[in-house]
Design a binder for this molecule. Sequence first.
Ligand code: CA
Length: 430
Amino acid sequence: MKYVIDSKLESFLPVSQQSDFPIQNIPFGAGTWPSGEKVCLTRIGDTVINLSLIEKNDFFQHCGLKKHTFNQNTLNTFLSHKKPIWRAVRNTIAEIFSKGNKEFEKNIDFRKKIECHISKISIEMPINIGDYTDFYASKEHATNVGSMFRDPKNALLPNWSHLPVGYHGRSSTIFSTGKEIHRPNGQKKKPSDDFPFFGPSEKIDFELEVGFITGSGPRNGDCISVESAEDSIFGLVLLNDWSARDIQQWEYVPLGPFLAKNFASCISPWVVTLDALEPFRSNRPVQNDPNPLPYLQQSRIGANFNIELQVGIKPEGSEETIICESNFKYMYWSIAQQLAHHSINGCIINSGDLMGSGTISGPSKGSYGSMLEISWNGKEPIHLSDGTKRSFIEDNDTVILRGSAIKENLKIGFGECASKIIPSKSWKTR
Ligand code: CA
């Protein structure tokens, strides 16, 4: 079955040149239709398409879907299928909306029912996330953080080059784009303080990440091999893994991240499939110092994806400043290696899990994926275009992540992952 939609294919639906969503993308999402029904969706340009109505009218009959797959408020039922079915659905959508399909193009009555402009739809969380795991797979980021928090001469801990380091997070506080997030309260203690004190975090930070969404892995405790791991990966989203650096620095010893990380994370609302990203494969950084153990050795060429990423800060009532430009191709450990490692001990992977890459930093200061690195833990504040300075994120700042893969005339993007920090809640009044 074909899985890359021809780069020359055009849709009869309008798609601007700058759009992240040509007919070659066909991402999947969920939201509330103007009728009030919660359904699964896709989009081409700014036209949102109701997949539940397409399913009800038997266009997906040959795909092998379970009943009512898209008449749901999340993509979880769709994710529980295998990759050939994901592909059959995507190919069918491309056929329906291609310029050559004159019969469908002229079926205005039906099209009015299933198409809607993006401005009239509430786009919501695409997935009911079961488990959330966050890796730490960018060598540049791990080196920068190790230099700041420990010792520049031994910035990477000995295990880092042998395995994709990760931790289990929480799925209960992961939101879709547009969320307002209260600045968290917590315990903080600087090295110079005798005792910890309690209050709002003064070091709120974003983390520029890409997350992958899983399909089902084996149920019997068998592991997922590195070579087959991508069969269990449905697609990617942008992920801002909000962090409170002052809370983190005090609490993280000896067991790692806890309340500094689980107050909020934000994802982009359209899941972009690996198939849509196939033309943008990129080689992983060389892994020969040391060689990974055999279960992590991946022979395929192009295990990473060349996705340009950027982060902007938009203060309240002011213009946005782009403060970071990075790329997903910098990841030292590929998504296949991350998933293979995750399941090597028998851990069951369910459909609808989210796995974060960890902060994606490139080699230079302009490509660092967190304020911790950009301002070097507050020592080197940056200037925004409205004349103000930032060491970390201030109240009423909106942080916007964007990502797209571009090659010749083809652009596959994610849309925006935007969230705003608002003042902390007073804990005494609750
Ligand atoms: Ca993270």
